[in-house]
Design a protein around this ligand. Structure first.
Ligand SMILES: Nc1ncnc2c1ncn2[C@@H]1O[C@H](COP(=O)(O)OP(=O)(O)OP(=O)(O)O)[C@@H](O)[C@H]1O
Ligand SMILES: [Mg+2]
Length: 163
């Protein structure tokens, strides 16, 4: 099955262990410079995904939620949580430009708060609560996002591929 840009695929993450497995699979497929928008209401697991991704990538330092700092930076990765951004222009003060458009992999929670000051998403991850677990819908918005989803499908370590 092919996934042209704009097309979505969905995966069920019935428990945090499934999210961990998914996040570790993403380590091999996300490319430097990829922009991932993380959408979904409060507490749907956006930060959990990034934490698990960093752990799977081998990062051994402290992984904090950017709830108040708005951005946490790791080698090669910037993790934004724009929920408390009062004006998208504040992104300039946060040094957004230092991370956008280069080789930094960017995870951005609450991207709607930064409209006009963010790079376009390669991938949008939409999380929602499903029973006691989560459902993730991934949408490829660019050629790069498309390529990543294809790589993910080919090398998926997910035990029950939804494709
Ligand atoms: N697949 C899953 N199944 C069940 N629970 C999960 C799953 N993934 C994450 N969780 C739990 O959901 C909660 C999500 O919290 P988290 O801080 O990651 O949410 P968030 O989307 O970043 O929220 P916010 O918008 O407030 O930043 C955590 O308690 C986490 O353990
Ligand atoms: Mg969060």
């Amino acid at each position: 099955m092919d996934t042209p840009p704009g097309q979505s695929i969905a995966i069920d993450l019935p428990d945090p262990g499934a999210t961990r497995e998914f996040a570790s699979g993403m380590v091999d497929v996300l490319e430097p410079g990829t922009v991932v928008y993380l959408k979904g209401t409060l507490g749907t697991g956006k930060t959990t995904f990034v934490r698990m991704f960093m752990e799977a990538a081998g990062y051994r330092g402290r992984i904090r939620s950017p709830t108040y700092t708005l951005v946490e930076v790791y080698p090669g990765v910037a993790h934004f949580d724009l929920y408390r951004l009062s004006d998208p222009e504040e992104l300039e003060w946060l040094g957004g430009r230092d991370y956008f458009g280069g080789d930094t992999l960017c995870f951005i929670e609450w991207p709607d708060k930064g409209t006009g000051y963010l790079p376009p998403a390669d991938l949008i991850f939409d999380l929602e609560v499903r029973g006691t677990g989560r459902r993730l819908v991934m949408t490829a918005c660019t050629e790069r996002g498309h390529r990543i989803l294809q790589k993910m499908k080919r090398g998926s370590s997910i035990s029950r591929p939804p494709f």
